[in-house]
Design a protein around this ligand. Structure first.
Ligand SMILES: [Zn+2]
Length: 253
């Protein structure tokens, strides 16, 4: 009788311990999966995209160095081109696309806008420094082209040069992002490609410590392309292409 009691007590203890162990295991699995989902939802893990709409309503002819320590000076920010048919100034078009891009990227990226209005006075150096400050994974610079030859059309994708003391360290990743973005934008828009090219003369690149791509979205001096660039559906295609390019790039590398 005494022995049976002891055995019963022992069995009860074992059962209680097993329940405690099981609860512990369930709890630790639950907390691990909660941590995992928190991690994927944490905005700190999203790549930071700094969007710059080129130019502004009034250019600023004051000079600034084209790179850190440089004695070569260039205008702080130029006026840009304008639409031969639409009469739209380039700075307006650039901002239209920039604001659409911001909206499209927001769910998946942390987006920082260099400007949200045309009434700003920001030099190219200041624009670069703003994107450095937020430690952008890439600065996307939006521009449109102009030429004295009205027949010229197509898109160009510029990245900071490797043959340049200022941008040597960001040239490689910039080029990779430029190529990925170019591929998707050209696919999405059907635009003619004028290539993915390095630039060492741009103040807006030379002050950067983060990768960058400058997209010349098309020629506002060509009647057909000017009209197309102001077409809402075409702008959406440019934006979708940029997003697809960024989505395809591995920012964790
Ligand atoms: Zn421009």
């Amino acid at each position: 009788m005494n022995r049976m009691n002891r055995l019963n007590r022992l069995m009860k203890m074992i059962t209680v311990m097993m329940i405690i162990c099981t609860m512990g295991a369930v709890f630790s699995i639950a907390s691990a999966s909660a941590q995992q989902s928190n991690k994927s939802q944490d905005s700190g893990d999203k790549p930071v995209i700094c969007i710059e709409a080129g130019h502004q309503s009034k250019g600023n002819a004051e000079k600034e160095p084209i790179g850190p320590g440089s004695k070569t000076l260039k205008a702080k920010v130029s006026g840009g081109t304008s639409g031969i048919k639409t009469k739209k100034p380039e700075y307006k078009l650039n901002l239209e696309v920039a604001l659409k891009l911001e909206k499209a990227l927001k769910p998946d990226y942390k987006v920082v806008m260099v400007r949200r209005t045309n009434e700003v006075d920001l030099s190219n150096k200041e624009r670069a420094e703003l994107c450095n400050k937020v430690k952008a994974d890439v600065m996307i610079r939006l521009h449109a082209d102009g030429s004295t030859d009205r027949a010229v059309t197509g898109m160009t994708f510029f990245y900071p040069s490797a043959n340049n003391t200022y941008t040597k360290s960001i040239a490689g990743s910039s080029r990779e992002i430029a190529e990925t973005v170019a591929k998707q934008v050209l696919k999405s828009t059907g635009a003619k490609s004028r290539g993915v090219k390095a630039r060492g003369d741009l103040t807006g690149f030379n002050w950067l410590t983060v990768p960058s791509v400058l997209i010349e979205m098309g020629f506002m001096t060509n009647i057909a392309e000017d009209k197309l660039l102001s077409d809402a559906a075409y702008q959406d295609k440019i934006v979708a292409g940029i997003k697809a390019g960024l989505d395809a790039y591995d920012f964790d590398e």
